[in-house]
Each structure stands twice: as structure tokens, then as C-alpha cells.
Design a protein around this ligand. Structure first.
Ligand SMILES: Cc1cc2nc3c(=O)[nH]c(=O)nc-3n(C[C@H](O)[C@H](O)[C@H](O)COP(=O)(O)OP(=O)(O)OC[C@H]3O[C@@H](n4cnc5c(N)ncnc54)[C@H](O)[C@@H]3O)c2cc1C
Length: 405
């Protein structure tokens, strides 16, 4: 069997790894537009700060691929798929054929339609090249503005602080990390971030990025103008769809897949940031890993693993702030109970969301000690109702509940 994987991000490489380990494929080829071997994108932050050179963030050495007989063709973009002939066309005009094809083509940074967003000095962070450019400019910049106060925006902002900048973080919604935090937790996080040298403005809308060719300032809807010689936009991502759309595969926000990670062509799978399952594109690593496992199993005909979704979990990494957010943290509907804890210093905030006697969401900010226990309680679906009145009280830790099972 000849398997072609398009994309060498976390999704593509993990499909390749699992197929190689199974020994089922005769030929396993990865095509990638990027010129670098697979690196985890969160490590771009270390590149931006100048702590590491690009080769240091590669996950595997060259012989890792050779030992597994994975043929990686870097800097090699796929331009088209001919489904009838089971053939791909490369951007350089070459061709290749497949028995099974995996689309792991990821996503690109999205820039909202802000006037002036095309000016020089306005960047997004997705690739090695982006990290190197932003880092170099940050070390010279006097005024840095970061648009977007989500996970990536905050990690990037803290990296910019390490480059010597004092970025102003602009978030349109009323609090930071609105997908992963509630208002109370976000207030604690904001204080921790400001103590490290960034400035946070929430509930503000950007109207225009002003300059003559190069950015000079950012104007808010209120009319206020913030000086800026570097602007970094972290406003989310959009799936790369063109290749799939041109091949006539069903796409919505992502390439639509079923629980086997099959597109509507049974010989073509889609995984990771480019794939949409049950109307959702999560664009996070745990989802890419779970989908990669399922696609590989299906291609290899090993096991009957189906993708059922994962409880989304995210962690802020380089900020020196411990923050883990898991599952449903801002419940809107149905019956639920919320249990909160905040220490007197205001540096620790924890919240559990309990529905049907089970923890379905958690925020753990400023203290990592409960992360493992909460993950176990959620994944095992432990009935916490008998403990509900004693949660976050002295004498009962979450680990005690795990150990009691
Ligand atoms: C700075 C940063 C920090 C992040 N931090 C976290 C985090 O802490 N936790 C978390 O869960 N997620 C994080 N993410 C998101 C996470 O990195 C993505 O969810 C993950 O990279 C998705 O993997 P993927 O393989 O689906 O796609 P991608 O990583 O986007 O890889 C897709 C690959 O396909 C290639 N490709 C695309 N089109 C073609 C084509 N036509 N031909 C050949 N190759 C093609 C691209 O060049 C790329 O190499 C972060 C992202 C960034 C940028």
C-alpha cells in the first residue's frame, strides 16, 4: 500500500509514525510546504525569544524518519488532487500516486478585516519564519501592540516581554482567554501578566492600523491612538481548505470528516487543524493527536477505533504562569454546579464545573498541583457528588478523591 500524507505538522507526522509502526504500508511519503522537519508549534515561542535556533526545536533527528522508512519531502507543496486517478500534482509540476491519502494540511493565522493590516510591521505567528521575523523586530521595537488576548496572544506577548518589549495586549471581549477562563479567573491572570511587564486592555476594538507603508500606531474604535512599530495579531486560525475544495471534497469551516476521519472519499482522510468533525474545528494539539491515531488505525485496518472527540485541554506555557483549562469552563445551559477557590494573595484561582455528578470543566490557575488529579477525575468520569460540599476545603485534596476510587 502506498500512503501519501500531505503536511508534516503534529497531525501528519503522528499518522506517519503510527502507520510506520504497524508495518502495513509499503511506501509512506510526507509532502510538506515547510522546509523544516516537524517541530511542535508551541516551541516557536522559544525561537521568538532567541533562546534556541530553528534546528533545536525539531522533534526528531533525520534518522528517526529513515529508521521508520518515512520519506519526507520538505519544501514540496501539493497543488492538486485528482481523485479519479488517485494522483497528486506538486507545485513544481511533478506527480505522485496513492492508495490512501491523508490531508494534514493544518491551518493559517486569521487576520480580522482591520484597515491597514497589510502594513509592514504587522505579523502573525505560525511558522519558523514568522517567529524569527517577529523576534528580530521586537528586539528593536519601541512600542509593541498585540491584538488578541487568547492563549496564543498571551504566550506571544510574554515572549515579547522577554525580548525587552512592554507590549500592550488588546482584547475585544470583556476578559482574557475567553474560551478557557471565566471573568474571575481572567482578572487573576491579568494581574499576573501585568506584574510581568505587559499592559492589558480588555473590551477594546481596533479600528485601524495607521502608518505610511510601515505601521506607526493602532487606532481604537474609541478614537484613542496607541503608538506601535510592531503589531502582532493573534486572532485565531482558519483551516487550509483550498486543496480539498478543488478536489470536490465537502468542506465547511474545515474538511468534513466522519468518526473514521474519512472525508467523503473513502480513500482520503483529513486530520488536525484542517479537519471538521461534528461541526467543530478545535485547532489544538490533543485533537490532532487523537485524530491521527484513528486515521492511522483505519488505514492499517487495525482495531475499530473511532474518533469520539476529546475534552479540550490547554496550558499556558512560557509565561511562568501555571494555567490549565479543561473542558466546559463557562457552562451556559442545563443544570450544573460551580465550585471556586481563590487564595488570599489573589495569585491562585481554581474552579470546577460539575454536571450530572461529574466534573466536566476545570480552571487551575497559579498552582499546578491539582492538574493530574482533575484530568483523572474527568477522564474516568468519577462521581464527585459525595464530596461536593468538601471540595476546596482543608483536609480533602482532589488526589484523595482519585485515590478513593
Ligand atoms: C505559536 C503557537 C503555539 C501553540 N500552542 C499550542 C498549545 O499550547 N496547545 C495546543 O493544543 N495547541 C497549540 N497551538 C496550535 C497547534 O500548534 C496546532 O493545533 C497544530 O499545529 C495543528 O497541527 P496540524 O498538523 O493539524 O497542522 P499544522 O501544524 O498547521 O501543519 C500543517 C502542515 O501542512 C503543510 N501544508 C499545508 N498545505 C500543504 C500543501 N498543499 N502541500 C504540502 N504541505 C502543506 C504546512 O506547511 C504545515 O507544515 C499553537 C500554535 C502556535 C502557532
Amino acid at each position: 500500500m502506498r500512503v501519501i500524507i500531505i503536511g508534516n505538522g503534529v497531525a501528519g507526522v503522528n499518522v506517519a509514525r503510527a502507520i510506520a509502526d504497524s508495518g502495513v504500508a509499503d511506501e509512506l511519503i510526507i509532502y510538506s510546504c515547510e522546509k523544516h522537519n516537524y517541530y511542535p508549534r508551541p516551541r516557536l515561542i522559544e525561537l521568538l525569544t532567541g533562546d534556541l535556533p530553528p534546528e533545536a526545536i525539531a522533534q526528531y533527528p533525520d534518522d528517526w524518519y529513515q529508521r521508520r522508512k518515512i520519506d519526507v519531502r520538505l519544501g514540496c507543496c501539493v497543488a492538486a488532487i485528482d481523485r479519479d486517478a488517485r494522483r497528486i500534482t506538486l507545485a513544481d509540476g511533478g506527480h505522485d500516486t496513492y492508495d490512501k491519502l491523508v490531508l494534514a494540511i493544518g491551518a493559517h493565522s486569521w487576520v480580522p478585516p482591520i484597515a491597514g493590516a497589510e502594513r509592514q510591521g504587522v505579523h502573525t505567528l505560525r511558522t519558523v519564519r514568522d517567529a524569527e521575523t517577529i523576534g528580530a523586530q521586537a528586539r528593536k521595537a519601541e512600542n509593541v501592540v498585540c491584538i488578541g488576548g487568547g492563549l496564543l496572544g498571551l504566550d506571544t506577548s510574554m515572549a515579547l516581554v522577554r525580548c525587552g518589549a512592554s507590549p500592550v495586549i488588546l482584547e475585544a471581549l470583556p476578559w482574557l482567554m475567553p474560551r478557557q477562563l471565566d471573568r474571575e479567573g481572567a482578572a487573576v491572570l491579568q494581574a499576573l501578566i501585568e506584574a510581568r511587564g505587559a499592559h492589558v486592555r480588555v473590551g477594546v476594538q481596533v479600528e485601524e492600523i495607521i502608518g505610511d507603508g510601515r505601521v506607526r500606531s493602532v487606532r481604537l474604535k474609541s478614537g484613542e491612538e496607541l503608538p506601535a512599530d510592531l503589531v502582532v495579531v493573534s486572532a485565531g486560525v482558519r483551516s487550509n481548505l483550498l486543496l480539498a475544495q478543488q478536489a470536490g471534497l465537502s468542506c465547511n469551516r474545515g474538511i468534513i470528516v466522519n468518526e473514521r476521519m474519512e472525508t467523503d472519499d473513502p480513500d482520503i482522510y483529513a486530520v488536525g487543524d484542517c479537519a471538521e468533525f461534528k461541526g467543530m474545528v478545535w485547532a489544538i494539539i490533543p485533537v490532532a493527536l487523537a485524530q491521527a491515531r484513528v486515521a492511522a488505525m483505519q488505514i492499517c485496518g487495525q482495531g475499530d477505533g473511532l474518533y469520539e472527540g476529546v475534552v479540550p485541554s490547554t496550558t499556558l506555557k512560557v509565561t511562568g504562569i501555571d494555567l490549565t483549562s479543561i473542558g466546559e469552563v463557562n457552562p451556559q445551559e442545563g443544570m450544573f454546579v460551580e465550585k471556586r477557590y481563590q487564595n488570599a494573595a489573589g495569585s491562585v484561582y481554581e474552579k470546577l464545573v460539575i454536571r450530572d455528578r461529574r466534573i466536566v470543566g476545570a480552571i487551575l490557575l497559579g498552582d499546578r498541583s491539582d492538574v493530574r488529579a482533575v484530568n483523572q477525575l474527568i477522564s474516568r468520569g468519577v462521581d464527585v457528588a459525595p464530596y461536593i460540599d468538601r471540595l476546596f476545603t482543608a483536609g480533602l485534596s482532589l488526589a484523595d478523591i482519585v485515590n478513593a476510587q
